[in-house]
Write a protein that binds this ligand. Structure first.
Ligand SMILES: [Zn+2]
Length: 215
């Protein structure tokens, strides 16, 4: 069964889909979305934000409620810089076997906190490890969440050096609609994004926020 992207997505529109929506043959630009999970991190996130601002790149940050509560100014800055905020639970808990009570505590509390901090609705949600039960999914949909997964995973958390990040970028072939999973809790993610953006002029990439994938 096909589910609308507004409810569940692991990638955005392909170039063919975009051309159909736009009613023309499409541009030769690949639209990809950078997503950063598990922050905001007091040391790495500000540095990453400085760099993204300098290079006019927008992204989506799936933050943890506990980290957001500890670093509310970073949450506000992410939004002030033009990025998008999504919910990644309060304590990075698996939702594979979560009770409705745990789901409310983890997801509902974080959403309320983020909406309070940013003054905007926060319907984007990414389950930790991409794992979620059918029951949890239905509950999230009844609360009008968009559940966001990914289709490109460099496994930045397991990379030991920025060389590994650069090697991944050299292999990566961007396709419109890609959602790249990264973590702003590590320095490797910054190295990876730097290399990816430096290749932009050659590959003609455009960086979308996740909501831009929902038509
Ligand atoms: Zn995570």
């Amino acid at each position: 069964m096909a589910v609308p992207r507004r409810m569940l997505m692991d990638r955005g529109p392909s170039s063919t889909e975009r051309a159909l929506i736009a009613g023309h043959s499409g541009r030769s630009v690949a639209e990809i979305a950078l997503t950063f999970d598990d922050g905001p991190h007091p040391e790495h996130t500000p540095r990453l934000l400085d760099w993204l601002a300098e290079h006019k790149v927008l992204a989506t940050f799936f933050v943890l409620g506990a980290m957001a509560r500890s670093h509310p100014d970073l949450v506000r800055r992410i939004v002030a810089d033009g990025h998008e905020i999504g919910n990644h639970t309060y304590t990075h808990v698996s939702l594979e076997h979560a009770s409705p009570q745990l789901l409310r505590a983890e997801v509902g509390t974080t959403r309320a906190l983020l909406e309070d901090l940013t003054g905007s609705p926060c319907p984007l949600f990414r389950p930790p490890w991409g794992k979620i039960s059918a029951r949890a999914l239905l509950q999230l949909w009844s609360d009008e969440h968009t559940v966001v997964l990914w289709n490109a995973d460099p496994r930045d958390y397991a990379m030991k050096s920025s060389e590994a990040a650069v090697a991944w970028c050299a292999r990566y072939r961007a396709r419109s609609g890609d959602i790249i999973l990264l973590h702003d809790t590590s320095t490797v993610a910054s190295a990876l994004v730097r290399d990816l953006v430096e290749r932009t002029s050659r590959q003609a990439l455009h960086f979308s926020r996740i909501s831009q994938y929902i038509s």
